[in-house]
Write a protein that binds this ligand. Structure first.
Ligand code: MN
Length: 246
């Protein structure tokens, strides 16, 4: 699904670099990232939108009923989209006015609605209609699952147990851990915990007291401010480029 914005972005990069070889590489890379199964979850202005689903609500019957699918998508997911846009607008206003009085509140809202928007998108686009869904993964994924969980049946039992045992609201998640180069089954209780799932960290600062207390005591803000004197921006830039290829 190529939209105008992605086309323009590709075109601009290609024009700047100016060789057909690089152009085709850029286009290939973009196509890989924004493959046909990948949804548009922002509009041309960068505002978040509810993605259109690549199937009908009734296609998951009898596994998930059509009414549930429709309400879940058009009402629940839409509310996360609206909430995330609102949080981003308010945080923009805070930056413009240099007034961060409510930064804690809007950060929480951004985490809650952002995690909701991204996880629901991953959920919807990970579903296949009952008629065409296959019972086991393709060879490549199956190999990875067998390496990290033993067998597909063991993985399945583990995932079902973990997802079932999530306390209250939340998610069962199969994730790839790049540091360990391993798959992991995770439980996400609620889904925000002040973070947004699928966000890839590129710049991190430890703000546990052990990281600054001997020198800064209770003045965490001074520590955070001085952190900006010691950042390796080249590393952060490279991480951003890697993350964009995710
Ligand atoms: Mn939901």
């Amino acid at each position: 699904m190529t939209n105008r914005r992605n086309f323009l972005k590709t075109g601009t990069i290609a024009t700047v670099i100016g060789t057909s070889l690089v152009t085709s590489f850029v286009q290939t890379a973009e196509a890989k990232i924004l493959g046909e199964d990948e949804p548009n979850i922002t509009d041309d202005n960068g505002k978040f939108i509810l993605p259109k689903l690549p199937y009908a609500y009734a296609d998951m019957e009898p596994n998930i009923d059509a009414e549930t699918m429709e309400i879940h998508h058009t009402k629940h997911h839409q509310a996360y989209v609206d909430g995330l846009n609102k949080a981003e607008e308010e945080l923009k206003k805070a930056r413009e006015n240099n007034d961060f009085t409510l930064v804690k509140h809007w950060s929480k809202e951004s985490a809650f609605h952002g995690a909701g928007h991204f996880l629901h998108t991953l959920f919807w686009f990970g579903l296949a209609p009952t008629k065409t869904a296959k019972p086991t993964p393709s060879a490549n994924l199956l190999k990875a699952i067998e390496k990290d969980f033993g067998t597909f049946d063991k993985f399945k039992a583990h995932f079902i147990a973990a997802a079932t045992a999530v306390e209250s609201n939340g998610w069962g998640i199969l994730a790839y851990q790049p540091f360990g180069k391993k798959l992991a089954i995770l439980q996400a209780e609620k889904h925000q915990n002040l973070s947004q799932m699928q966000a890839i960290p590129i710049l991190c600062l430890d703000v546990w007291e052990h990281a600054y207390y001997l020198k800064y005591r209770n003045k965490r803000k001074d520590y955070v401010t001085n952190f900006f004197n010691i950042i390796n921006w080249e590393v952060i830039d490279r991480r951003l480029e890697k993350a964009k290829k995710f």
